[in-house]
Design a protein around this ligand. Structure first.
Ligand code: ADP
Length: 587
């Protein structure tokens, strides 16, 4: 079957052919009337000439000068016009092309019979001339008839010349149509087909399709334009692809969940953080915000489509899978492909809120810790200034003042050292020098010896000899951690003996402070390392603790990439273990 584009190509030669045919048909239609007009023109010329000749011959005929008549008629010998003079009886007097004497009687010739009647012409075969002739005869007074004839080839020659011209025009037109057809089908069509195929391939996304640009011809410019278009399209698509990749990277590396939501609630796009928060289902096609387990978030999104002014809103988020979170939802309205969408940014405020509550708890605790010694100091100073006291009374007052001032000082010192350790933790990796744990342990024992002796507690350091363990750390802080643990055991456990044991466990060193005291009930153990957490509030204060000792130990352990742990049994005692990574772990 012929293709549509072939029909288009065929249209040009076909229309040329059709035009030629129409022109020829019109010419042929005109031809008959042309023929008639030409014949009529030839007839009237013949009639005029015959009458003219008759006028010229009339005087000679009237005078009976046959010789003059013959001489004048002979003038037409060899001329296409044949002139014959016939008398009233039909005898030929003179003839331009034949000898009159040899000619038969012409009385029966149709043109002679008709002569002088209407202007009638006769075309008939002349036996004398052996040709088809057009005759005209005119009658003169005395019965003379002057007849002139013209060979019909003269007329038909002119007519057939016109016919030949028309035929040649037809042939030229047909040749032009065939030439056009051959040119279009043999030269243009293959290039056109190749171009069309390449353009279709580019349109289908095969942007690397090569375009063959012809050396010359009508399709050269078109091929060049398609090639440039293809190249520009490829560059533009590459550029868009790069931009999309950059955007995807940016979108997915964003730590905040980000969602693009359609007006019907469908989540059109979401980043990795959003999938982590709301579950991987949000990235499925057709997932709607209504399916998230957070009615407050759904209500915010619904409202954000219509609200005149958009504000961020804090939303409690609890999907049951992890701890409840606090999210700050912030929506921005935008248009996408002509419809309204919402870009929703969720910021996790959980840590911030926790920090805030932690800070306010800490401030409240510190205030509370300060209040008690401060009240004691104020009331003692009041007693000293307003009440007359004896020496013993004053000594008691000064004793109270000294104890409370020391307590305040201890508290401030502990708060400051905790803040300093936290600052160093926040500053990132510390470049610590190697230190000997045996040395730190011996120094800590020495520092606690006095208080232990005062309270009747025997301190011991195990094993003997001490293993040579090296860790990287701040010797002052390691010593402080050990002193805090030893001081707690001396002050709070009620045990007569406290031991500090140094050991190696794999790549770590362990320092365990153990007592055989009354132990700590299990329910307190998870919170023991929190700031200001005490098992027995008043008893611990009386024992001189600030409530920050174990929190400081924990932060020192974390600063050194270590840990602190407690095991305790009520009635049997406790063991606090500080674990630190060895500076030179065994291979
Ligand atoms: P404090 O300054 O009160 O000692 P810590 O943070 O050092 O604060 O200790 C927290 C609480 O843990 C103490 O108040 C005490 O009740 C309890 N505690 C610590 N060590 C021991 C121990 N060895 N035996 C019994 N209780 C202890």
């Amino acid at each position: 079957m012929m293709k549509h584009r072939d029909l288009i190509l065929l249209a040009l030669p076909l229309s040329v052919l059709a035009l030629v045919l129409v022109a020829v048909a019109l010419l042929f239609a005109q031809f008959r009337s042309f023929e008639r007009a030409y014949l009529a023109d030839a007839q009237s010329t013949l009639a005029e000439r015959t009458r003219f000749i008759a006028d010229v011959l009339a005087p000679d005929l009237a005078a009976g000068d046959a010789a003059s008549v013959r001489r004048r008629v002979a003038f037409f010998a060899g001329h296409p016009l044949r002139v014959t003079v016939v008398d009233a009886k039909g005898e030929v007097l003179a003839d331009s092309d034949a000898k009159a004497a040899e000619l038969p009687n012409h009385a029966d010739r149709p043109e002679i019979l008709e002569a002088g009647k209407d202007e009638d012409f006769v075309t008939r075969y002349s036996v004398t001339m052996d040709a088809w002739l057009l005759y005209y005869a005119t009658r003169l007074p005395g019965g003379w008839v002057v007849r002139a004839s013209l060979p019909s080839e003269v007329i038909s020659g002119a007519i057939s010349h016109v016919r030949l011209t028309v035929l040649l025009a037809l042939l030229a037109g047909a040749a032009l149509a065939v030439g056009l057809f051959l040119y279009l089908f043999l030269r243009v069509r293959p290039t056109f087909n190749a171009l069309q195929g390449a353009a279709v391939a580019i349109a289908r996304g095969h942007l690397d399709t090569p375009i063959a640009v012809p050396e010359a011809g009508p399709l050269r410019e078109l091929a060049k334009a398609i090639a440039v278009m293809g190249r520009q399209l490829r560059n533009r698509i590459d550029e868009l692809r790069r931009e999309r990749d950059d955007f995807d990277t940016l979108f997915n590396t964003l730590r905040e969940p980000l969602l693009l939501i359609a007006h019907n609630g469908e989540i059109l796009r979401s980043n990795r953080a959003a999938a982590k928060l709301l579950g991987p289902a949000v990235q499925q096609r057709g997932f709607r915000i209504e399916r998230t387990a957070c009615p407050e978030l759904v209500a915010y999104v619904r409202g954000a489509f219509d609200a005149p002014v958009l504000h961020g809103r804090e939303i409690p988020f609890d999907d049951g899978s992890s701890a409840p979170r606090a999210l700050l939802a912030h929506a921005v309205r935008m248009e996408r492909e002509g419809s309204l969408c919402l870009l929703l940014l969720l910021t996790d405020l959980t840590d911030l809120r926790r920090l805030e509550s932690f800070r306010s708890d800490f401030v409240a605790n510190v205030s509370h810790e300060i209040k008690t010694p401060l009240t004691a100091i104020l009331s003692t100073v009041e007693t000293l200034t307003e009440t007359p006291l004896d020496d013993a009374g004053r000594a008691t007052c000064f004793g109270i003042l000294t104890r409370q001032a020391r307590r305040l000082n201890d508290l401030v010192q502990d708060i400051l050292s905790l803040a300093a350790i936290e600052r160093r933790q926040g500053a990132g990796d510390q470049a610590f020098a190697p230190l000997s744990l045996a040395q730190s342990a011996q120094d800590a024992i020495a520092l606690c010896q006095d208080e232990a002796a005062r309270r009747g507690v025997a301190l011991s350091l195990l094993p003997d000899p001490l293993p040579d363990l090296t860790v990287k750390g701040d010797p002052r802080l390691i010593e402080q951690a050990l002193v805090n643990l030893l001081a707690n055991a001396i002050r709070h456990s009620g045990s007569p003996t406290v031991t500090l044991t140094l050991a190696q466990e794999g790549a770590n060193a362990t320092l365990t402070v153990a007592d055989q005291g009354h132990g700590i009930p299990e329910e307190h153990l998870p919170r023991l390392f929190e700031r200001f957490y005490r098992v027995h509030q008043d008893r611990s204060r009386e024992n001189g603790g600030t409530g920050l000792g174990l929190a400081i130990v924990k932060h020192i352990a974390l600063l050194h990439h270590g840990a602190v742990d407690v095991r305790s049994t009520v009635g049997q005692g406790s063991a606090f273990t500080l674990t630190l990574p060895l500076a030179f772990p065994p291979a």
